[in-house]
Write a protein that binds this ligand. Structure first.
Ligand code: ADP
Ligand code: MG
Length: 700
């Protein structure tokens, strides 16, 4: 048995009661769980603060000083112990509400102590509530590591005396027991070639660092290991797929592609669009299945690339489909694609939740006979009943709305998996792309069609509403259209709806009929009603669109030049960026106006400032990742990839991630099946780590 699988209950310093709390609060049950509960920060125990240096913003610190006063205050149950500590220059109050009588006997006036805690402001004075306290003599005699780990705990743990220090003590006891018995998880070949610290040493140094240098090596090793096994998993899947599946060979660029390109596009493709199309054509002609991610900011012209990719499939005798995340979007794709393809006489069909049973039957037949060449739809398209004659190309628009499992069901629509092009308008940081889409090739459209003016983004407080309305009137007078968007948060749909209703009332008053016409779209409407309201706006019959975020993705109205986002502080960065992308699609100067209340949280302000400063989706996504962490970014939950990493941070560890990916790739090149002496153990460890996860080879 692996010693790290041992139960923690009988570890010195734990015991049954604390074991229960550790399990329920942090999921810590085994030695392995405990030892991988790493410090979130390190305290330099050789450094003492002066009291004059303290402020309410100060984090956990140490102060050395003499107790000049100590007394018990209050009656009976409400007793507290109050002491004053002096460092020779200034004094600070210490307060304890618990363990009063015991502490009273321990802490002596006139003696020197080291206290440790976080100062807070109370009644105009700084104080420490429940600081750790230790006689200075005893402190100096201890042969403790200079850098002491600080550990996350919960409120409940603290009330049961499991504070950071207690966890530290448990780690000390645990390390003593497991010393020399920890099973290495990387092979000697990997450790030596890449000069990595051994696991046992890394665990020792992560909890009780002997020096800053050793701590850094330990952190590197543990982060590496965590990222390495994810990359090994992803890259293995990729190699495996390349080996196992043959792909359709699209050997020719034919009639449809060429005549569309030469005669039916009203503009030149951008350099980036051309490059991506070349990459796709290359992929589809290798004999392997294409799995490619197309990243491009909103408005960069991905739809056209998708369309031409589908034509490529048709030219080679295959069917193609495109799957969109919402009905509005599917309809819009259907409309623009049928229009563009009209001169070519290609059979295009639409399948969404609203398609009637009768139409469905016809559609199923048309797909099976091969009469219908292109199918456009929502996820209704992946239902098992939908069978194709020979599906050769699948385009998935706005991938982040689809999980890995849904993607996989499309792969199974054929005896041979079709080529897959995944498109996303939510730029994701490189590190996240490498992880979430690490099995895909990546193409980027990094160039907007010519003639677009960068959108100007402005931030106004609610108090400036009249000025904003005045500005909108000017734009409307020029014949432009305006979006006004309200937040919609799932937990309180009713409340948000009220926001929208109240807003609508004041907007109707400020923009009265018949001078102005307003469309309204929100999540409570039936799809048909939504489409009707959208259509009025698209056809310029209305000039103001008041909506919740249902319009977020993909809607295209080039004449709309202003996007007003109400309560902008309640939106996430990627959402704000998506919304802003609804304007700036025509040749006119466009504006995005972020309305917020007067009070903003620190993160809220950072989000707004980032939007005002930058229009670069990738830059914005990097900030988003740093603010929220990968687990909370949109679309990552259903990804099937564990992003709640224990030590590595996708926001800041991009170099280690790249290194881990390179090493994984090297290893697989040398030994794809992980069977050699040097690498076989990696395969075993890989299996162990993913034993609770779904088997990816089944789903993608
Ligand atoms: P997205 O990448 O957000 O899906 P779209 O494909 O909807 O972007 O394109 C946005 C707009 O840009 C559309 O109106 C489209 O017709 C137009 N467009 C696409 N490519 C070009 C180009 N090369 N030159 C000019 N306009 C283009
Ligand atoms: Mg699009």
């Amino acid at each position: 048995m692996n010693i790290l699988d041992e139960n923690i209950t009988y570890l010195k310093g734990v015991g049954p009661q604390k074991a229960n709390i550790l399990a329920s609060e942090l999921g810590i049950k085994t030695y392995g769980d405990l030892i991988s509960h790493y410090p979130y920060r390190y305290l330099d125990r050789s450094k003492f603060y002066r009291i004059s240096e303290l402020s309410p913003d100060t984090q956990l610190v140490q102060v050395k000083g003499v107790i000049t006063h100590i007394e018990v205050v209050g009656q009976q149950r409400k007793q507290r112990l109050v002491a004053v500590l002096s460092d020779g220059f200034n004094t600070v109050d210490l307060v304890w509400f618990k363990g009063v009588s015991w502490l009273k006997g321990q802490v002596k006036k006139g003696e020197e102590y080291v206290i440790f805690g976080k100062p807070t402001f109370f009644n105009g004075r700084l104080n420490f509530t429940h600081p750790e306290i230790e006689p200075a003599v005893k402190f100096q005699n201890k042969a403790e590591a200079k850098l002491q780990g600080l550990y996350n705990t919960t409120e409940k743990m603290k009330t049961k005396f499991i504070n950071s220090k207690a966890i530290y003590n448990m780690q000390v006891n645990l390390l003593a027991i497991v010393k020399g018995k920890i099973r290495e998880t990387l092979t000697v070949a990997v450790l030596e070639q890449y000069k990595l610290m051994k696991l046992g040493d890394a665990l020792q140094n992560i909890h009780m660092p002997q020096s800053p240098e050793l701590l850094q090596k330990a952190q590197f090793r543990l982060k590496f290991e965590e990222l390495f096994y994810i990359q090994l998993k992803i890259l293995r899947l990729k190699y495996h797929r390349a080996e196992q599946y043959e792909g359709f060979n699209f050997s020719q660029v034919g009639e449809l592609f060429n005549s569309f390109y030469k005669q039916h596009i009203p503009f030149d493709l951008t350099g980036a669009q051309k490059r991506v199309l070349r990459e796709i054509r290359h992929d589809c002609n290798t004999g392997k299945q294409m799995n490619r991610l197309l990243q491009g900011d909103v408005g960069s012209g991905k739809t056209l690339v998708a369309l031409m990719t589908m034509l490529l499939a048709l030219d080679n005798g295959y069917q193609a489909c495109i799957m969109a995340p919402t009905e509005i979007l599917a309809n819009q794709h259907y409309k623009s694609i049928t229009e563009m393809l009209y001169p070519l006489g290609v059979q295009v069909a639409l399948l969404t939740g609203s398609t009637t049973a009768k139409n469905r039957r016809e559609l199923h037949e048309g797909l099976q006979s091969g009469y219908i060449k292109i199918l456009i739809g929502t996820h209704a398209l992946i239902e098992d009943k939908v069978q194709f004659h020979n599906l050769g190309m699948v385009v998935i628009d706005e991938q982040h709305r689809f999980g890995v499992a849904q993607r996989a069901r499309l792969y199974n629509k054929n005896h041979r998996p079709p080529h897959v092009l995944v498109m996303t308008a939510t730029p994701i940081p490189r590190t996240l792309a490498m992880t979430l889409y690490g099995d895909l090739e990546v193409s980027v459209i990094d160039e907007l069609p010519p003639g677009r003016k960068p959108i100007q983004t402005l931030h106004y407080r609610d108090s400036a509403r009249l000025r904003v309305f005045g500005f909108l009137k000017k734009e409307l007078a020029k014949g432009r259209q305006v979006y006004i968007v309200y937040p919609l948060i799932k937990e309180s749909e009713a409340l948000d709806y009220k926001d929208l209703e109240d807003g609508l009332e004041s907007i109707s008053r400020a923009f009265p009929a018949p001078d102005y016409a307003i469309s309204v779209v929100h999540g409570k409407m039936k799809p048909a009603e939504k489409d009707k309201a959208m259509a009025l706006f698209v056809n310029k019959q209305t000039n103001i669109m008041v909506a919740t975020t249902v319009i977020e993705v993909g809607v295209n109205v080039p004449n709309a030049s202003v996007m007003v986002i109400e309560s902008a502080e309640r939106f996430g960065l990627s959402q704000l960026h998506q919304l802003r992308g609804r304007v700036g699609r025509g040749a006119e100067q466009s504006y995005c106006i972020l309305m917020t209340g007067n009070k903003l949280s620190k993160d809220g302000l950072t989000r707004i400032e980032t939007m005002v400063k930058s229009t670069d989706g990738f830059e914005i996504s990097e900030v988003d990742l740093k603010l929220r962490g990968p687990g909370d970014l949109e679309g990552t939950q259903q990804s099937g990839i564990p992003l709640n990493l224990k030590i590595a941070n996708l926001g800041t560890d991009s170099q280690i991630l790249q290194f881990a990916r390179n090493v994984a790739s090297d290893v697989l090149k040398k030994d794809p099946k992980l069977q050699s002496v040097d690498y076989a153990a990696l395969g075993i460890e890989l299996k162990r780590r993913w034993r609770y996860e779904v088997d990816w080879s089944q789903i993608s």
